[in-house]
Design a binder for this molecule. Structure first.
Ligand code: QAP
Ligand code: CO
Length: 178
């Protein structure tokens, strides 16, 4: 198990578009487990592969209190949406900042599991918002993109400063190939 390095906004690598996963092998399982370990270590509830510089359509989520209900979504797609709500979000790639974003309260999504089998599910509230937030990452989009340019630039400046001071956690891990 390996804890991966999480990229921080405004790193342009976070703008990479992820590609469909087509090979469901042992390496994919290892990556999913490393992403879960990385998310738990960082006390997050969701992490997308793009955030650890891997451009594959893979996300991991765990919104459970006990941190024991991992959800692995490969090639996730939102099929239906319902009413919009405002939801306060954070992001492991935007540490220390939380802002309200417009999201759908209820969704139905489709994804594949680690064996490549398709499944569909409904989600509501926090889980629904988390799936939307993580799918955005796979398209190079961040929650700060929904804020004003002024807010976004202020956040970018503050994070860049913290990073230059070595005040954010970084891990120079072995680059993955998948
Ligand atoms: C996305 O975000 C999300 O600033 C997942 O210092 C967040 O796991 C979806 C985190 C909220 C819906 C609602 C952020 C941890 C974790 C921080 C996260 C921080 C430490 C964010
Ligand atoms: Co995020």
């Amino acid at each position: 198990m390996t804890i991966l390095n999480i990229l921080h906004f405004p790193d342009t690598k976070l703008r990479q578009k992820a590609e469909l996963v087509e090979v469901f092998d042992e390496k994919l399982k290892i990556l999913a487990n490393d992403m879960l370990e990385t998310m738990y270590d960082a006390k997050g509830i969701g992490l997308a592969a793009v955030q650890v510089n891997i451009t594959k359509r893979l996300i991991v989520i765990d919104i459970s209190e006990d941190r024991n209900n991992p959800l692995i979504l490969i090639n996730p797609v939102i099929k239906t949406t319902d009413e919009k709500i405002q939801f306060e979000e954070g992001c492991l790639s935007v540490p220390g900042f939380y802002e309200k974003v417009d999201r759908f309260n209820k969704i139905e999504y489709q994804a594949q599991d680690l064996s490549g089998n398709y499944f569909s599910n409904k989600a509501e509230g926090l889980l629904a918002v988390c799936v939307q937030h993580e799918i955005d990452h796979l398209d190079g989009k961040l929650f700060v993109d929904y804020l004003s340019q002024l807010k976004r630039e202020r956040i970018a400046k503050k994070i860049t400063k913290l990073e230059s001071q070595g005040a954010l956690p970084t891990r120079k891990n072995v680059p993955y190939s998948i």
